[in-house]
Design a protein around this ligand. Structure first.
Ligand code: SF4
Length: 713
């Protein structure tokens, strides 16, 4: 008997927003090995430890295999009809807006597109949001305020071409390891290149840093307001750039001068050494080619949007944007956070980067989707953002929630309240790969979904690069692709014509057509997100699609590596806007009862709630159990010891874990990982310690700034 031949396929890593290309080897129907795709521009052959263990995390064990309704295994026909019928009945009884969806940056763009089209376009509800709200919403809001579009100006090569890279609130070495490796190599090649790390914790990213600023949590806007004022005082502004390409500088500078004061004042507000601060200011101001890379430490804050704009202000004021090696660069957490936004996956978006306030946007989308016969043609305004959505469920306004590829019972702050809301919700539908999650017990209808290596579609990484994630294996049991599940429900709700897809390329084609639909027509303002150059690929062209950065248009058929090179922005008047920033501290206040500041984050070898990464023993070896990093003085004061067990208590919950006494922590501050769930161990959910306080502009929760007490267990 002849053995089956070995095959190789290029796909994309499903973990972080770097979006590395992966070459997978398939032997005898299993995925036997992975290596970095040497041609993929995100990683040129590199993979981090998580990516290189992808083939060890697959297999049927622990997979959800069959649909269930009310706890009973049923056929797909029964599950799809039950989903359609129950959604229909609730909408008839309670109106269109009583149904909602909560999606995920793990979904492919095609899945996202079909979900957004069904909920906003055909069910007429604006309440569709995503877990990207927890990681990217502040960066999005910051870009939109400054540039008029949710548009990352830079690319990964800019990190290598920069003279100075500034990491703010980002442990790149652990959370985006391949980008960290690229910077490391670039620094080895160019000894003049510098790296500054701004973070309350000394992380592995500091290993190659030329300067470390261990700022007080939440003080970022003071620091960057101070930089703007310092640049003005030292005549380090690019006045020509400001004059030609921006507006709002005078107001932004006045606010910065009012709040920043002297370098010593800023250093005091940030609790850092003034000399080190001034060194940073000097380095930033004296180099043109500066990239500021920022992540959750900036975004997950009750004033995250302002922090983003405080950073962007400094880049605009110095003309450090639209050039090789220059720009404010927000780095996404999830593999397809950006692809989800492209199709309208946030509750404040409509579709194809159009919002509800985009002039003519509703009419245009409605015309494209041919929903004119529906009443209303589309929702009139934004829906509930993630935290608000669960508040609305609790109030009884939302009667049905469809959750896809995410676990809000763990990831949202104040998880106990989220669970209470889910319990109250008359209809909870869950599309999921894993057989055991903390969310599934709340589900009335369970729909088994395909996962990485089975799904087929596209994702967009942090540098706007659209890459194919290719299906290589058949889904196990009766698992099906998310786009198929949504389309089949849509058909059973009476929308067969609009959801008659048979392959993801058809969905991508429709998405690409919508992106360019009447773009720039006289009655519509031009939209930056446009991939109309990818229309008409057909299945063959789609299968062969190489990684490409949007916009992709007739004028830019090979994509666009860098935005705003001509100094023209996506605002109504083409000028970038500097925003006046009033720095704010965290809203979750410390008190006598809860005197320690809690910081939360990812660890090197785990991904989200570990449904995949926990399957690889070598990934579990890095940190095998929940832990808390504690400064030696705090440990001594609380009476806890290194490697002993302790409990962190907050107003609404507690977290138990192993103590790691560490000088990497600032005094008075604790770090815990976000990954552990009740499926693995009891009472080690970091989300139990965080209040559901959000940024008023972005709706992003303040997940980095809890208030806790520490006691021995
Ligand atoms: Fe995957 Fe991110 Fe690691 Fe690349 S850096 S291999 S995308 S987890």
């Amino acid at each position: 008997q002849q053995s089956k031949p070995m095959q190789q396929a290029n796909t994309t890593c499903p973990y972080c927003g770097v979006g590395c290309g992966v070459t997978a080897t398939i032997e005898a129907g299993t995925l036997s090995a992975v290596e970095g795709d040497r041609e993929h521009p995100a990683n040129y052959g590199r993979l981090c430890v998580k990516g290189s263990a992808l083939h060890e995390t697959l297999g049927e064990q622990g997979r959800l295999m069959h649909p269930r309704v009310d706890g009973v295994e049923v056929s797909w026909e029964t599950a799809l009809s039950a989903t359609a019928d129950r959604l229909n009945i609730l909408q008839v009884e309670h109106g269109n807006h009583c149904v909602a969806a909560y999606l995920s940056g793990q979904l492919l763009t095609e899945d996202y597109y079909v979900a957004n089209k069904l909920f906003k376009g055909f069910l007429g509800t604006p309440h569709l949001d995503t877990n990207s709200r927890l990681c990217m919403a502040s960066a999005v809001a910051g870009y939109k305020r400054a540039f008029g579009a949710d548009a990352v100006p830079c690319n990964y090569e800019d990190l290598e071409e920069a003279e100075l890279v500034v990491l703010v609130g980002s442990n790149l070495a652990w959370n985006h390891p391949v980008l960290y490796q690229r910077i490391k190599v670039a620094k080895e090649r160019n000894p003049l290149m510098r790296l500054v790390v701004i973070d309350p914790r000394v992380t592995d990213s500091c290993e190659i840093a030329d300067l470390y600023l261990g700022i007080k949590p939440g003080s970022d806007a003071y620091l960057f307001n101070g930089l703007l004022a310092w640049m003005a005082q030292r005549r380090k502004l690019d006045t020509l750039y400001l004059e030609r390409h921006t507006e709002g500088f005078d107001e932004a500078l006045a606010a910065a001068q009012q709040t920043a004061g002297s370098v010593a004042d800023v250093a005091a507000a940030c609790d850092i050494d003034p000399e080190r601060l001034e060194t940073f200011y000097y380095w930033f101001a004296s180099q043109l080619h500066v990239v500021t890379l920022y992540s959750q430490g900036v975004n997950q804050s009750s004033s995250g949007t302002d922090k983003c704009n405080a950073i962007i202000n400094c880049h605009l004021a110095g003309g450090k944007i639209g050039l090789p090696g220059a720009g404010p660069f927000s780095i996404t957490g999830q593999p397809n956070a950006m692809g989800g936004r492209e199709v309208g996956g946030l509750a404040n978006q409509l579709a194809a980067h159009m919002d509800y306030h985009t002039p003519g946007g509703r009419e245009l989308v409605s015309r494209f989707w041919a929903t004119e016969s529906l009443t209303p043609i589309l929702p009139k305004g934004p829906g509930f953002k993630a935290v608000e959505l669960f508040d609305a469920i609790e109030r009884g306004e939302i009667k049905a929630l469809w959750v896809m590829a995410t676990n809000p019972a763990i990831s949202l702050p104040d998880a106990a309240r989220v669970r209470a809301a889910l319990k109250k919700c008359p209809l909870v539908i869950v599309s999921e790969c894993a057989a055991h999650t903390d969310l599934l017990p709340y589900a009335d209808i369970v729909l088994p979904a395909s996962g990485w290596s089975e799904k087929d579609g596209t994702v967009t990484n942090s540098e706007r690069r659209i890459s194919r994630q290719r299906g290589m294996l058949a889904p196990p049991g009766e698992a099906r692709h998310d786009w198929w599940i949504i389309a089949e429900v849509a058909k059973r709700m009476g929308f067969a014509e609009a959801f008659g897809y048979s392959h993801p390329w058809e969905i991508f084609d429709e998405h690409a057509r919508l992106s360019g639909f009447e773009n720039g027509a006289s009655n519509n303002p031009p939209r930056l997100f446009d991939i109309s150059g990818l229309v008409g690929l057909g299945q063959e062209g789609y299968d062969a699609l190489p990684p490409i950065q949007w916009p992709v248009t007739a004028q830019a058929p090979k994509g666009t590596a860098r935005l705003f090179e001509d100094g023209k922005f996506a605002t109504a008047n083409g000028r970038a806007k500097l925003v006046a920033i009033q720095p704010q501290g965290p809203e979750q206040a410390l008190s006598t009862a809860y005197p320690l500041r809690l910081n939360t984050g990812r660890i090197r070898d785990q991904w989200h709630t570990m449904t995949r990464t926990a399957r690889a023993p070598r990934l579990m070896n890095h940190r095998a159990e929940p832990f808390m990093d504690v400064h030696p003085d705090d440990a001594q004061f609380a009476g806890v010891v290194d490697q002993g067990l302790a409990v962190l208590t907050a107003a609404k919950g507690e977290f138990r874990g192993r103590v790691r006494v560490s000088n990497a922590q600032r005094r008075g501050e604790i770090f815990v990982p976000i990954h552990w769930t009740d499926c693995f161990t009891q009472q080690a959910r970091s989300s139990a310690l965080i209040d559901s306080i959000t940024d008023p502009l972005s709706g992003q929760p303040e997940a980095k700034h809890g208030a806790v007490a520490l006691t021995p267990l």
